[in-house]
Design a binder for this molecule. Structure first.
Ligand SMILES: Cc1ncc(C[n+]2csc(CCOP(=O)(O)OP(=O)(O)O)c2C)c(N)n1
Ligand SMILES: [Mg+2]
Length: 822
């Protein structure tokens, strides 16, 4: 909503037509002799070699999956292997001109792309650089396997290394590129510019947009290519990625130094099939995939269809499109036509396609036709071609024997305490700035209008005499978050923030008021209403080495970003074998007044998925300290904020909220009130209602409560809670999440297990009812209020003298509700 972009009725209402420009389709037409002059005859042979290596590699996997052996040597590979036999020219053509600073992201079917990009990188890198990479990568573990029988040239060693590293990864071995924790569908090798491949169809699309965003914002060299399948064109997140990547603001609003389109090629590897569904003619209506570019921006994304069975046409296309990106005119959409001879997976009987169709494509096999062309052009003899194939087969056979051997290539022992996987689930680093440099800001921090405004506010809820001040005169929770975030923007040059209504609006709930004045567009901007892409791009931005702070306006919208939160944000650190870091902070606000689709607390869902840190502060002091910790950590943190308490001042920390930087450790609960009879453990905004309950319990029934604020959900230190229960012998847990499946149930079960001997009564959870959230006016029937807490205490923990239950919650009532599922 920038004010300088006026929407004029006379223009918007004027009649006219949208003009499209023709989209080129398979326009390449250049004799191989000409290419030989341009690229050099050796390069043309190398192209053949690379395609032959990929074909051998994939054929070996096909045989292993189908027959349980290769060249008579048995091996059972239980995991997946989505092969790209037939698609080699598309992969090799793409990689041919790329440097290691050009990054590719891929799909479940990316073995060919990995090998092609790796072979191209090996060709380009000097021997010293190759050795340095191989020696440095995971302490040279993979190199040690292949160097034993190295015969000479470093480039040959590097090719062995590439093939073995990829295969060992596919077979789940510790010396694999991702220590066996990625596997076939997630294997990658960043030193060669090979970035994560993704088992979720279209999953790489928004991640790659974020990677291109990182390069664009931080002015890094190179481009980003995302290889996704034709069927992924039907995925919502792919559309979100395309919308995000083509935002006008890059070319219209960002400052001069950052103006221009993202350096991104969205390459649809179009093999005409999903698994068995056919986008063209059946499941989609675009006819020709390149058509999609036409709707996305005025450049039509420079869309083009390329003949991916002609390796030279692919090289030509990537060369031209790279130039488009380099002049700041991206992004680009390519529709690279290809075909897989193999099934979706080797066991696929291809029941969905006619044998004559497969035969027709085999007749124009890109490797065979290219060899014919080489021979016809006098660039190679038949014998030479056969030798290249034999050499490729030998390379693959050598890697196979090493990769299947448990002595040479063991798997990580995941049963021992402190095992590899345990160590790489979180990276746990403290990093002030993700890269060196001076953070770009627009004003001195002290001149910031909000900083000035807050200077006049009380840092505490109370005045010097202990009298409560009006909220408007105090620093509130939203202000405390702002202070932490502002501080980090002046420290970490890679830090960027975006989401819906983040810039001129000041963040949907005014946390960012004052940031717009302080930051240029490329550090704070509005995104489209694309929750998936908001989170997905943040993953890509972080994978490339930056720190993003992104926001989902309401917790309930997390459903729209389900894959990005639960499969991408959470899993890449571990799937990379600990190579990558994911310093993403995802702010999520939890509503209460806007009905069923705007008021649910989904913290439990995040806690359930391994790999996410989850925090839920309830006080300004904790919110600021936890935000500082999150924004200097290296792990993904889902940062829950309750809209109920954004204006809450600091009531607990003596001295109020410190002005400067400080940290609250993630994972440590905090005592908000001391007591000796009953422990109350809260998560989020229920803290205040629990304190009210504590007052009533003490005042009317003489039950002295100890109130502990969990502050964090994952990780969580049970020590202080058990210590408290050791004194009180009773515990009530409460949060605004619906009670069934709430994380507090996990906490209650854990406490019962760890503190069984300490307890006089079962741990009791008081959550919201297992309903939709009703209107705000009747919220006390739904969310836990002090009376619900007292009822639960009386019924299940400690009968309160003279107390009469206000709302039934005894065992039979709970069972009744469970039978109904409410
Ligand atoms: C989100 C999601 N839905 C479904 C699947 C199951 N699946 C795996 S591959 C595939 C087909 C993908 O087709 P396409 O994107 O064209 O890639 P291709 O397999 O042809 O390379 C499907 C449906 C998945 N992995 N992810
Ligand atoms: Mg496909």
């Amino acid at each position: 909503m920038p004010k300088n972009l006026m929407i004029r009725p006379e223009l918007e209402r004027a009649s006219g037509r949208i003009e499209f420009t023709p989209i080129p389709v398979n326009q390449y037409n250049r004799p191989l002799e000409v290419e030989s002059n341009r690229r050099g005859p050796d390069a043309l042979l190398r192209i053949y070699r690379d395609m032959a290596i990929i074909r051998s590699f994939e054929s070996m996997l096909n045989e292993v999956k189908l027959n349980g052996k290769f060249h008579g040597v048995e091996y059972s590979h239980r995991g997946p292997a989505h092969l790209s036999i037939g698609q080699e020219a598309a992969a090799v053509g793409q990689a041919f001109l790329l440097g290691v600073e050009d990054h590719i992201y891929g799909s479940h079917r990316s073995h060919g792309e990995i090998l092609a990009k790796g072979l191209s990188a090996i060709e380009r890198l000097e021997d010293d650089a190759l050795m340095e990479i191989m020696e440095g990568y995971f302490g040279g573990e993979c190199l040690r396997v292949v160097e034993k029988d190295a015969t000479g040239a470093v480039k040959d060693l590097a090719i062995d290394y590439l093939i073995y590293g990829a295969l060992a990864e596919i077979f789940g071995r510790e010396a694999g590129f991702n220590r066996g924790l990625g596997g076939s569908m997630h294997a990658f090798f960043p030193p060669f510019g090979i970035y994560p491949n993704n088992a979720i169809v279209g999953g790489s699309a928004d991640i790659a947009v974020g990677a291109a965003l990182f390069k664009h914002v931080n002015r890094r060299p190179g481009i980003v290519i995302v290889n996704i399948g034709d069927a992924s064109a039907g995925c919502g997140p792919v559309w979100e990625a395309l919308c995000f990547a083509t935002m006008d603001q890059f070319k219209r609003l960002w400052d001069e130094a950052h103006r221009g389109g993202l350096p991104l090629i969205v390459n649809f590897v179009n093999n005409f099939y999903g698994m068995g569904g056919q986008p063209v003619g059946e499941t989609m209506g675009f006819g020709m995939l390149a058509r999609l570019g036409a709707g996305l921006n005025a450049d039509q994304m420079h869309a083009e269809r390329v003949d991916g069975f002609n390796v030279m046409a692919v090289i030509d296309a990537f060369e031209r499109k790279k130039a488009v990106l380099e002049r700041g005119d991206g992004p680009v959409l390519l529709d690279t036509v290809t075909y897989r001879f193999s099934g979706h997976s080797p066991s696929d009987a291809s029941s969905y396609r006619d044998k004559t169709e497969i035969e027709a494509w085999k007749q124009v096999d890109p490797i065979v036709t290219y060899a014919d062309e080489l021979v016809q052009a006098g660039l190679a003899g038949r014998q030479q071609v056969r030798e290249l194939v034999s050499a490729a087969e030998a390379l693959v056979a050598k890697a196979y024997l090493k990769a299947i051997d448990l002595q040479i290539s063991p798997r990580a022992d995941l049963k021992k305490t402190g095992c590899l996987l345990e160590r790489v689930m979180f990276s746990g680093r403290k990093i002030e700035a993700m890269a060196p440099g001076i953070p770009e800001t627009l004003m001195e921090r002290r001149e910031n209008p909000r900083v000035r405004q807050l200077a006049g506010r009380s840092r505490s809820a109370f005045d010097g005499k202990g009298q409560r001040l009006p909220k408007g005169r105090c620093v509130g929770l939203r202000d405390a978050l702002f202070e932490a975030i502002l501080d980090r923007f002046y420290t970490d040059p890679t830090l960027i923030a975006y989401g819906e209504e983040n810039r001129d609006w000041g963040g949907a709930f005014a946390v960012y008021r004052g940031l717009t004045e302080a930051l240029p567009y490329h550090r704070l901007f509005n995104s489209p209403i694309s929750e998936g892409a908001i989170v997905g791009t943040s993953v890509g931005y972080a994978l490339e080495g930056g720190r993003p702070l992104v926001e989902l306006m309401y917790c309930d919208f997390m459903g729209r970003a389900g894959d990005e939160v639960f499969n991408q944000l959470s899993k890449w650190q571990a799937m990379s074998g600990g190579l990558l870091r994911m310093p993403v902070v995802l702010r999520v606000s939890v509503g209460s007044k806007y009905g069923a689709q705007h008021s649910q607390d989904w913290s439990s869902m995040c806690a359930h998925v391994p790999g996410l840190k989850v925090v839920y502060p309830a006080t300004p002091y904790d919110a600021k300290g936890l935000m500082c910790s999150a924004l200097t950590g290296s792990d993904p943190v889902v940062f829950f904020e309750s809209q109920r308490i954004y204006d809450m001042p600091e009531e607990f920390a003596p001295g109020g909220v410190p002005e400067g930087y400080y940290e609250v450790p993630i994972g440590e609960p905090d005592f908000k009130k001391r007591g000796k009879d009953l422990t109350i453990l809260t998560a989020g905004a229920t803290l205040y209602r629990a304190l009210e309950a504590a007052l009533e319990l003490e005042g009317k029934y003489g039950v002295d409560c100890e109130v502990i604020d969990a502050r964090s959900i994952v990780p969580f230190n049970y020590g202080p809670v058990l210590e408290s229960i050791g004194r009180t012998h009773k515990v009530l847990l409460t949060s605004d999440a619906c009670e069934r499946g709430s994380f507090l149930q996990t906490m209650a079960a854990r406490i019962a297990l760890l503190g069984f001997d300490l307890l006089d009564a079962p741990p009791v959870v008081v959550g919201a009812r297992n309903w939709i959230t009703p209107a705000d006016e009747v919220e006390d029937a739904f969310f836990p209020f002090p009376q619900d807490m007292l009822d639960a205490v009386h019924e299940h923990i400690l009968p309160l003298r003279g107390y009469s239950v206000r709302r039934a919650c005894d065992r039979s009532e709970l069972m009744r509700r469970d039978v109904l599922g409410v």
